[in-house]
Design a protein around this ligand. Structure first.
Ligand code: PGA
Length: 251
């Protein structure tokens, strides 16, 4: 049985006061669950990781960065290393989000290098893949996903150290979502790719999240699909009430 993961990607949002409050609200919701059968995670910007580490301490809520350097330390102005992220109490980092692939021209090969560095620093990784609207309309979705999965995941990938997030680029922040059949098709396809490369046990146990305009009103139908093991939530994770309402659908 794969344990659902409800993950909030705050992106470049929140200042100290509202970030602390949001983390505290999520932490107190999760702490009040008795033996929760799902994981909950927040990914604040770097500026809030320390404050959020304090807020979620002892609650069981996992803490994630949104990116990391492929290097441990040294002359890399502006970058933050996975060792630093681990040092301040986070357990994981998102990698290869489409906004980084677009804004920073990150390639899957770079995502793979970052993943290797993060795994070496004992973080687990959340690796994002997804097709653009043009790619979907040209019938290239599965081809694009296969290539991103192949090139972004390092050889060290296991079901324990890696989570995959399928996020169609055209569904992020747009209010549009694929049909449930389209989501299930891609998730099952990703699992098949994992099985070919890493074997059946890894494929059966690795978690594949759906991301892109997940909100309380559509969470239930998306999260009940057989190969969907949780959600990576952007906009709706910035309101504790919406984020926790989404979590309620996997209980
Ligand atoms: P969204 O973002 O929920 O605002 O569509 C999801 C994401 O980019 O992770």
């Amino acid at each position: 049985m794969r344990r659902p993961l409800i993950a909030g990607n705050w992106k470049m949002n929140c200042l100290q006061a509202d970030g602390r409050q949001l983390a505290q609200d999520v932490a107190s919701y999760y702490k009040n669950q008795h033996n929760p059968a799902f994981d909950m995670l927040i990914a604040p910007p770097f500026t809030l990781l320390t404050a959020c580490a304090q807020q979620v301490a002892g609650s069981g809520v996992l803490l994630s960065a949104q990116d990391c350097s492929p290097f441990d330390k040294g002359a890399h102005t502006g970058d933050v290393s996975p060792v630093m992220i681990k040092d301040l109490g986070a357990q994981t980092t998102i990698l290869g989000h489409s906004e980084r692939r677009t804004d920073h021209k990150e390639t899957s090969a770079q995502v793979c290098e970052k993943a290797q560095a993060a795994l070496a620093a004992s973080l687990f990784v959340i690796i994002c893949v997804g097709e653009t609207l043009a790619q979907r309309e040209n019938g290239q979705t599965l081809e694009v996903i296969a290539q991103q999965v192949q090139e972004s995941l390092p050889q060290e990938t296991t079901a324990e150290n890696t989570v995959i997030a399928y996020e169609p680029v055209w569904a992020i922040g747009t209010g549009k979502t694929p049909t449930t059949a389209e989501v299930e098709e891609v998730h099952a396809f990703i699992r098949e790719q994992i099985q070919k490369r890493f074997g059946a046990e890894t494929a059966d146990n690795i978690r594949i999240l759906y991301g892109g305009s997940v909100k309380p009103s559509n969470a239930q139908e998306l999260l009940s699909l057989p190969d969907v093991d949780g959600a990576l939530i952007g906009g709706a994770s910035l309101k504790a009430a919406d984020f926790t309402a989404i979590a309620e659908t996997v209980k």
